[in-house]
Write a protein that binds this ligand. Structure first.
Ligand code: HEC
Ligand code: HEC
Ligand code: HEC
Ligand code: HEC
Length: 432
């Protein structure tokens, strides 16, 4: 069995009786319910992580496997094609709903209800379940290993430099997230040594980082069978770490926070996980310089910290294409939403007025709202003989940008009494 399978087994067995409680600790806990070879950090704590908890509590696991483990009639959700951004996963959930719904009826499984927070955690979990899919090319990696100068300081598979530690053990960190963490933590020190020796500090473009990892895995003589996989991150913990480690001193997320570095939410970068790892490295020296100016230590991160920060940035749409509310406005009309819904009284009467809906105030609210009302929507779509409105990820992002903008920009003249009044009344977990 591969370590991944074991990992997933650990998830499934550890999770069955999971409570809503969140794992706060990575301390190895007793692995009694799981196969003995399973690396301890992934054992029972896994099941308590918010996203996986939602996945199991809501019965998704009755029909879906995660990386070959568990499941039924639905596709494996650990291998979603191109699930790079929030809306890729949200759109997949939406577009498959009619057939999924039919299966649920057949199996007499009630369609689960999702709160916005649950939708966020679930989507972040499904995203982090895809980590291992970015496969690199070891041949390209081998060239990079010498071209980027790693070979002059590090040994691998018994050959190479001795200035830095041997990187054989990095094989176990077979994930761009863990490699990025190692390179981040040792980055300032490495930069010093490079400077001393007159070696130009390399940067990474495109897929170079995964190619390099693929080579390290292939060339390493490390014989340990343990693979250090990270457990899926959760956005709540990520938000906390982002503040505690002072990332928020310099970075805003969706407008909230410092202005020294770029805004890391709704940035419209559409970067992949790998390219995130490369960016942390490439921008390192400028970040450290700014930290020094402010008397901040370069924060050390564990792999789990990094995974949590990623989950947080993920639900903040760092990984998405830029969405357009203007395109969204057009889509809401063209996709027939206004056949049933209205906006400030104009449109259909069969469903909620988007401008006064309390549900569509955040992206997660839109996704959860659409999912929760899908059964009703399906029924009225059938009655009115309209096709299920399929949405591509970018279309869903546009629709969501438009609908959330309605809640943010009330018409100046008459404040609608239907709108939720008090500022600050909005639950924090729903505002991403
Ligand atoms: C009763 C079985 C059943 C349950 C329960 C169920 N699904 Fe599905 N799901 C399916 C089937 C069947 C498909 C494939 C539908 C199709 O091909 O259109 C699917 C498709 C999907 C897809 C698209 C996959 C792809 O390859 O693009 C996603 C995402 C998804 N489901 C998420 C979920 C989530 C999240 C839950 C829990 C909240 C859930 N499902 C619960 C049966 C189910
Ligand atoms: C000029 C020498 C030099 C070069 C070139 C260099 N490194 Fe390093 N590297 C070091 C030193 C020295 C350390 C230990 C730093 C410390 O103790 O914090 C290190 C540490 C590391 C670590 C952390 C290892 C651990 O045990 O956690 C990683 C990962 C790493 N380097 C990767 C790379 C990669 C990948 C490259 C090529 C792109 C590279 N290094 C190029 C000198 C170098
Ligand atoms: C002292 C200020 C400061 C702190 C603290 C800081 N950064 Fe940065 N960060 C910057 C600056 C400035 C840039 C742009 C650097 C450049 O242009 O090369 C940047 C760039 C980045 C980028 C690349 C942005 C892009 O275009 O996608 C990422 C990712 C990033 N930082 C993440 C983090 C994370 C995660 C933390 C916390 C662990 C953090 N930063 C802490 C100042 C900071
Ligand atoms: C065939 C009629 C119909 C169409 C077309 C339709 N909906 Fe709905 N929608 C409903 C019904 C019925 C509900 C559940 C009752 C309600 O909450 O108003 C609903 C609820 C929602 C909700 C939750 C709103 C809330 O305040 O609870 C959202 C969000 C939503 N729909 C979005 C959309 C979007 C986006 C489109 C176009 C892609 C769309 N709907 C197309 C009938 C429809």
């Amino acid at each position: 069995m591969t370590s991944l399978t074991l990992l997933a087994l650990a998830v499934l067995s550890g999770a069955s009786g999971a409570s809503g409680q969140q794992a706060q600790t990575q301390e190895p806990s007793s692995p009694q319910q799981t196969a003995p070879q399973v690396p301890a950090p992934f054992a029972p704590d896994w099941g308590m992580l918010a996203g996986f908890d939602v996945f199991s509590r809501k019965g998704c696991g009755k029909c879906h496997a995660i990386r070959g483990v568990g499941g039924g009639p639905g596709p494996d959700l650990g291998r979603l094609e191109g699930a790079k951004g929030y809306y890729d996963i949200a759109a997949a959930m939406w577009n498959h709903l009619p057939r999924m719904g039919a299966r649920m009826r057949e199996a007499r499984i009630e369609r689960p209800h999702l709160t916005p927070r649950e939708a966020n955690d679930l989507i972040a979990f499904l995203f982090t379940a895809q980590y291992w899919d970015e496969l690199g090319d070891p041949k390209v990696g081998e060239k990079l290993w010498s071209a980027k100068g790693c070979a002059s300081c590090h040994a691998l598979g018994g050959t190479g430099g001795t200035v830095g530690p041997s990187l054989d053990a990095l094989k176990r960190a077979n994930s761009p997230v863990l490699v990025a963490t190692g390179m981040w933590n040792h980055g300032p020190q490495m930069a010093e040594v490079m400077k001393e020796r007159g070696i130009a500090r390399p940067t990474f473009q495109g897929k170079e980082m995964v190619d390099l990892i693929a080579y390290i895995v292939a060339a390493s003589k490390d014989t340990s069978t343990e693979t250090l996989q990270i457990i899926p991150g959760t956005p709540e913990r990520g938000e906390k770490i982002f503040a505690e480690r002072h990332c928020s001193t310099c970075h805003a997320v969706a407008g909230k926070g410092g202005k020294v570095g770029p805004d890391l939410g709704r940035a419209g970068h559409h970067v992949s996980l790998t390219s995130f790892a490369s960016r942390m490295w490439n921008h390192g020296p400028s970040m450290w310089a700014k930290m020094k100016e402010r008397g901040l230590e370069v924060p050390r991160l564990t792999g789990q910290d990094m995974a949590d920060v990623l989950a947080y940035l993920y639900v903040s749409h760092y990984f998405d294409h830029g969405a357009s509310a203007a395109r969204g406005q057009k889509l809401v009309r063209d996709k027939g939403c206004l056949g049933c819904h209205s906006i400030r009284g104009k449109g259909g009467k069969a469903a909620a007025d988007f401008a006064s809906s309390n549900v569509v105030k955040s992206a997660a609210g839109v996704v959860a709202g659409m999912w929760n009302h899908s059964a009703l929507m399906e029924a009225s779509a059938q009655r009115q003989q309209v096709a299920w409105p399929m949405l591509s990820p970018i279309e869903l992002a546009d629709v969501s940008a438009y609908l959330t903008s309605l809640a943010k920009a009330p018409p100046a003249a008459k404040p609608s009494p239907a709108r939720k009044p008090a500022p600050g009344a909005r639950p924090k977990s729903e505002t991403r």
